[in-house]
Design a protein around this ligand. Structure first.
Ligand SMILES: [Zn+2]
Length: 341
């Protein structure tokens, strides 16, 4: 057995076998109240990879905060190989304001890698990269849809990298999206460093979604097994996810009251009506039409739309019926999960 190495985060050295909370100072509130980004460092006794798990880079995306809270309660973390860096609330200011953004309305996930002397978002990005990301070999960043928009649990990653593809499949959700990298995102920054990072997207902002939370926590443990931080299961649940070739939002053709005819995870066929849009008196009705065969991976939960509003996010797959089975089995499995203690 090779012993693990100590790790230094924010000036605190954490030794093998120790579990320590480190508070990274961020910009004070203008009331002179100090704020910090809480990090839990679990430094295993045995050597292994360093994994960071982060949530609330968008301050109103709460499922990931709960995923990390439940993850940290798992007894199995007492015997990990390597080191886990858990950061449940990256955008502390946005979290306090129940807002996606920083107080200056910047999006933290467009501000990476940031800088020490830049905007509040750039400084926060820089702190997170220097103190957390740069110490890790792998990362999992937890997100949800926006306000009033829910996502089917899905992994987004750069699948051209074989190792990233392996851990994306190990995570164990039915749908993986080989999505484009956005400039300034944490994923772009990790990509430049050659570091495999998964984005887990599930549920909607400002809400807890139980299946998304359970699937997310289980997914992180699955990745930890895959990269050797935890022993492999003897009889693992086999979910062979499917990879979306492309995705596209379907927009409202007119303004009105939306009556959805489908829900997240459903498969749809080209030219199928996804929803009707009618005037309040019901005298005119329009239909939202599927532009291609696909699976609903994101959906607006608001039954009101202006012409042009994004209503349904469709993923295009090679084999649609198989995906629908996967999605149904997946939801049923996670409904039966005992609430972890
Ligand atoms: Zn997000």
């Amino acid at each position: 057995m090779t012993a693990n190495s100590p790790i230094e985060i924010g000036g605190t050295t954490v030794k093998p076998g120790a579990r320590v909370n480190v508070d990274l100072p961020v910009a004070d509130l203008y009331t002179a109240t100090s704020l910090h980004m809480p990090v839990q460092v679990i430094c295993g006794r045995k050597a292994g990879p360093v994994l960071f798990v982060s949530a609330a880079i968008h301050g109103d995306e709460l499922n990931g905060v709960e995923i990390i809270r439940r993850l940290l309660n798992r007894k199995v973390l007492r015997s990990i190989r390597g080191t886990l860096l858990a950061v449940p609330i990256v955008n502390v200011h946005g979290f306090l304001n129940q807002s996606r953004y920083l107080p200056d309305r910047r999006d933290l996930n467009r501000s990476f890698p940031g800088s020490q002397k830049g905007s509040i978002a750039a400084r926060l990005a820089n702190l997170f990269i220097k103190q957390v990301v740069s110490k890790a070999n792998y990362g999992i960043d937890l997100h949800t849809g926006a306000i009033n928009r829910s996502n089917l649990p899905q992994i987004r990653a750069n699948l051209d990298d074989p190792e990233t593809l392996e851990i994306a499949q190990a995570f164990g959700v039915p749908v993986i999206i080989n999505s484009d990298i956005r400039d300034g995102s944490l994923r772009a920054c990790a990509y430049d460093r050659g570091m495999p990072v998964l984005i887990y997207e599930a549920g909607e902002a400002l809400r807890f979604d139980e299946i998304s939370i359970r699937a997310g926590m289980r997914g992180i443990l699955n990745v930890m097994r895959q990269i050797g931080m935890l022993p492999k299961l003897k009889n693992p649940r086999q979910v062979m996810p499917v990879i979306a070739r492309s995705t596209s939002w379907v927009r409202a053709p007119s303004s009105g009251i939306v009556t959805a005819r489908i829900r997240l995870g459903n498969s749809v066929q080209k030219d199928q009506s996804l929803a009707s849009i009618s005037t309040p008196l019901g005298d005119e009705e329009d239909h939202v039409i599927a532009p291609f065969d696909g699976i609903v991976i994101g959906q607006s939960k608001l039954p009101l739309a202006h012409e042009g509003d994004a209503l349904f996010h469709l993923g295009a797959f090679k084999s649609i019926p198989r995906v629908e089975n996967l999605v149904e089995n997946f939801a049923a499995e996670h409904e039966d999960d005992a609430t972890p203690t």
